[in-house]
Design a protein around this ligand. Structure first.
Ligand SMILES: Cc1cc2nc3c(=O)[nH]c(=O)nc-3n(C[C@H](O)[C@H](O)[C@H](O)COP(=O)(O)OP(=O)(O)OC[C@H]3O[C@@H](n4cnc5c(N)ncnc54)[C@H](O)[C@@H]3O)c2cc1C
Length: 412
């Protein structure tokens, strides 16, 4: 039986970042994934490294903006090569090195905010907000991205220091150096044995047969799958989570300009957030979230596509969107609830005995979630043993296919 210091269940951004953090420290850690790495929310995310502007829009800037700014700084270090950050006080031990993410493709170094004519004043106030780590900078017409070349007067464009990443390259870069620590399981069952001293039993079904583990600590980073794991562990009342459904839209075409931008309105949420990628066939794909995805949950696929067509015609009327093909994707955001049962702005990491449940709340906050998991292991007295020997070879999980390349996505 394998007895790692720490077994992580779930290979989205939270599990992978935590695994890399613990391995860098010398922990004996393994990660189990039941589907493909990143399936669930991570591969469905817009992969914007928010540094706080989004929160300032909602008016709840201070705590969320600080956390996003702190996490975004770790990402920046990682994208430059994972240099050690200085400890914040001389008495603190140096933090573990951030993983080297220089191989990750940055789709855009910035995101933009743009207005429809008449709503400039709200952004002007936002631009002056001291709560923002990366304040929006209003761009002169000549500086605006090509997508805005034909925009009419009254459309103001602001630049945010918030990069957008390519998800498959992010997942590969995090997973590849830790391949021998990844296990692809067809089924997972977990149990606590509180009768004696609390011990954990994890049974896996793999392609090569059953595997049993008795980890010293179990870290649940299974996103929405944490609900089932916590129920199996009989921890559901103590540790709670919520789902927030979204109905995302994809639009593809050949001559679409690249856009990484929030269309802001007088509401506290972006009217639409558009990121851009290229599919396997070389077509440009816009991936659209924001208010359109939140308000579209009750709409059928056809109604959501009709709404998206109408919305694009209003917010980017200078771009020809009439000939685009559309698809939609439903996905739940899975978030932990804080002790007051509120929707979180920061990562939620809760511990009960040797079970740690973790929801990063946002992709950008994964480094903070991982640091918090490491803190919980220290509370348990679980310290790294040095350089653990590699475990026996296991079947390893694949990387999730991006939505726009999935064969089961219906386009019309
Ligand atoms: C549409 C959308 C857009 C978003 N855009 C952004 C953005 O632009 N910027 C940002 O910062 N954040 C964004 N987010 C939030 C961000 O994507 C999530 O906070 C983050 O991806 C959650 O990661 P996770 O690792 O906790 O969960 P997930 O990514 O959901 O990963 C969970 C993994 O666990 C696996 N699993 C499930 N059950 C088990 C089990 N029993 N055993 C083992 N494995 C299991 C699943 O297969 C999956 O791979 C967005 C979210 C959504 C839904």
């Amino acid at each position: 039986m394998l007895t790692p210091d720490c077994l992580i269940l779930g290979g989205g951004i939270a599990g992978l970042w935590t695994l890399r953090t613990l391995l860098a420290e010398g922990y004996d850690a393994l990660l189990v994934e039941t589907e493909a790495l990143g399936s669930g929310q991570t591969i469905a995310s817009q992969a914007i490294l928010h540094a706080g502007a989004k929160y300032a829009l909602t008016g709840h800037a201070a705590e969320a903006s600080r956390a996003a700014g702190e996490a975004a700084a770790v990402w920046r270090a990682s994208l430059r090569g994972g240099a050690l950050r200085a400890p914040s006080s001389p008495t603190q031990p140096p933090p573990s090195p951030a993983p080297d993410l220089t191989a990750v493709t940055v789709l855009s170094p910035h995101t933009h905010m743009f207005t429809t004519p008449g709503v400039a004043s709200r952004i002007t106030g936002l631009a002056a907000s001291k709560a923002l780590v990366s304040g929006p900078r209003k761009l002169a017409r000549t500086e605006s991205p090509a997508a805005f070349a034909a925009a009419p007067a009254g459309v103001d464009v602001y630049q945010l220091d918030e990069p957008v990443l390519d998800l498959p390259s992010l997942l590969h870069t995090l997973a590849d150096p830790a391949r021998d620590r990844l296990i692809h399981a067809l089924a997972v069952s977990v149990a606590r044995r509180p009768a004696r001293e609390v011990s954990l039993a994890v049974s896996l079904e793999t392609r090569d047969g059953p595997v049993t583990l008795a980890p010293r600590a179990l870290v649940c980073t299974a996103g929405a799958g944490n609900e089932r794991l916590l129920a199996q562990l009989e921890l559901s009342p103590e540790i709670r989570m919520q789902r927030r459904p979204l109905h995302m839209v994809l639009a593809r075409g050949v001559d679409l300009p690249h856009l990484y931008a929030h269309c802001v309105s007088l509401s506290d949420k972006p009217r639409a957030t558009i990121t851009t990628t290229t599919d396997d066939a070389g077509r440009t794909v816009w991936y659209i979230g924001g208010q359109l995805a939140e308000s579209g949950v009750e709409r059928s696929r056809e109604d959501q596509i009709a709404e998206a067509r109408a919305e694009l015609a209003k917010i980017v009327p200078w771009i020809d969107t009439a000939s685009l093909e559309f698809a939609t994707h439903r996905v739940d955001r899975a978030e932990g609830l804080d002790e007051q049962g509120r929707r979180p702005d920061t990562p939620i990491v809760r511990r009960h005995a040797s079970v740690i449940a973790c929801w990063p709340t946002k992709l950008v906050l994964a480094p903070l979630a991982a640091a918090s998991v490491r803190g919980r292991l220290a509370e348990l007295g679980i310290e790294p043993t040095g350089n653990p020997p590699p475990p026996p070879p296991f079947p390893t999980p694949p990387i999730a296919t991006p939505l726009w390349d999935r064969e089961d996505l219906a386009w019309s």
